[in-house]
Design a protein around this ligand. Structure first.
Ligand SMILES: [Zn+2]
Length: 496
């Protein structure tokens, strides 16, 4: 380097203000001061200094840089042997620019680029050029991925904030310490009801009927109430990263009651999964308010007076937890809707051409591939646990940002694999249905979940339009049944 220094004296300097991951880079004056001090140390004569403000340049469109263009002109004019900057990524934003620059410089007096930390990129050697390109490439990659990651981490943090910090805990004031007597009473009452064997759904319904709101002023749901009744906060315990500490706030219920309630509620409301009996739940939408319609028994004559239940789909004004749902204006008997939709779906499947087309659309490799995907998904799940554990154990270097960033990356990968698995399973469902006339046979043998899977492959949604059948009668050939039903009021929207 000394040999080179002895031979040349003239230098050009370049500075650029840009948006980087820490906000903005040191300003141009600071960058210039930096390389001028460096030049003085090396006895370089700075014969020209150039700068650009690149802050508003978008990632995709390179903003014109008048300073850089002037720099290029100076290089062409053989103005200097050295180009100085604080970092090469100040001079070049993309690899393409480096390549152009090297081309231009190759026929001029410019010999090398030097950065204020003492790194020298000799433009006349292959290794110098390679190092320069690699440096710019890395910087460009880093800026791209870092800003994306920062955004994702911020989003994840915001989410966490909503769930943890943001909300006033039920039973306490916003300070989290002062007890709200009325809410504390609601909690104690609910605890006693649970201990007395009342199902949580029914406690929730009662609270909503009485107009008792949650801390957010909303209606209760079983998961919401359950999360409050099983939170150690109620017994004056603060949990942090899985560990319990005595809290500053007072307990609202006794430890004994709390433990019992926790035992009773563990998995209680999701544990009892009733067998599905409505084929089209999740596919049907109300033609007035566009909310989904749910299946349920309807009593034309009240049950208490010996009325028989009628299977039907309804747009419920209030859902089973007492929360507002839809307009409540449309109800349709389930049988004719299910028969009609079944006919339409089977008709669509029975075209061999169509069946082939969607099989191709969904299929994705063979059985070996599926098990490979499942293994891959499992390995991502394990890694996610490892990262969380490392963070909880206070592993050096594993702060919350790092943990979240790694976790988000892993979760993204996991999602991709899961999507592949899903496509795979769908492909197998399809492979099991024969094309042509045998579709109905296969359908008759299928259980309700398999039928729903078949519907889901080709039906986007089904809209039930308002209106009464009047005198219209609909005859279903296969079952030889007649219904007061207007098939025109059922609109199927197809995926294929
Ligand atoms: Zn509705």
């Amino acid at each position: 380097m000394t040999a080179l220094n002895a031979a040349v004296r003239r230098a050009l300097g370049y500075a650029r203000l840009s948006q980087d991951r820490k906000g903005t880079s040191p300003n141009c004056q600071y960058q210039e001061d930096d390389y001028r001090v460096y030049a003085k140390d090396r006895h370089y004569d700075v014969v020209g200094s150039y700068s650009d403000d690149d802050i508003s340049a978008s990632k995709f469109s390179a903003k014109p840089r008048p300073g850089y263009n002037n720099l290029l002109q100076a290089v062409r004019d053989d103005a200097a042997e050295v180009l100085l900057a604080t970092e090469v990524s100040r001079i070049f934003r993309r690899v393409l620019e480096v390549l152009e620059f090297i081309e231009i410089a190759s026929t001029t007096s410019l010999r090398w680029i030097e950065t204020a930390n003492g790194r020298v990129y000799d433009l006349r050697t292959a290794s110098g050029v390679a190092a320069l390109i690699a440096e710019v490439n890395n910087a460009a990659l880093e800026v791209g991925t870092t800003s994306e990651r920062i955004k994702r981490v911020t989003r994840a943090k915001a989410k966490e904030g909503l769930f943890h910090g943001g909300m006033r805990p039920y039973g306490y004031d916003k300070d989290g310490v002062t007890v709200r007597l009325d809410e504390a009473h609601v909690i104690r009452e609910a605890v006693q009801s649970v201990l007395a064997g009342q199902p949580i759904q029914s406690i929730v319904r009662e609270l909503n009927q009485r107009g008792v709101p949650t801390s957010a002023g909303k209606l209760w749901t079983p998961p919401k109430l359950k999360s409050i009744l099983t939170s150690p906060r109620l017994v004056g315990v603060r949990t942090h990263l899985g560990q319990e500490h005595p809290a500053v706030w007072p307990a609202l219920v006794s430890r004994e009651d709390f433990e019992q309630v926790r035992l009773i509620l563990q998995g209680s409301w999701q544990g009892k999964k009733r067998a599905r009996s409505y084929l089209l739940t999740g596919f049907l939408y109300c033609g007035i308010c566009e909310q989904c319609m749910n299946g349920g028994a309807y009593y034309r004559v009240p049950k208490s007076r010996g009325g028989q239940p009628q299977r039907s789909y309804r747009c419920y004004a209030v859902n089973i937890w007492g929360a507002k749902h839809g307009c409540g204006k449309i109800r349709r008997r389930a049988e004719p809707v299910e028969l009609l939709v079944t006919d339409l779906v089977l008709k669509r499947y029975s075209s061999p051409k169509f069946a082939e087309a969607i099989k191709r659309a969904y299929q994705d490799g063979g059985q070996d591939e599926l098990s490979a995907y499942l293994d891959e998904a499992q390995s991502y799940r394990l890694k996610i646990h490892e990262v969380e554990d490392a963070y909880k154990a206070g592993k050096p270097g594993m702060d919350i940002d790092t943990m979240l960033r790694i976790k988000l990356d892993l979760e993204e990968e996991l999602e991709k694999v899961n999507a592949k698995v899903a496509r795979h399973s769908t492909g197998r469902v399809l492979a099991a249905i024969p094309a042509g006339k045998n579709v109905r046979e296969a359908w008759n043998k299928a259980d309700i979940d398999q039928r729903r899977a078949l519907i889901g492959l080709i039906v986007k949604r089904i809209v039930i339009l308002p209106g009464r059948p009047g005198k219209k009668r609909w005859h279903h050939k296969e079952t030889d049944q007649t219904f007061a039903f207007d098939p025109e009021l059922v609109q199927v929207e197809w995926k294929f």
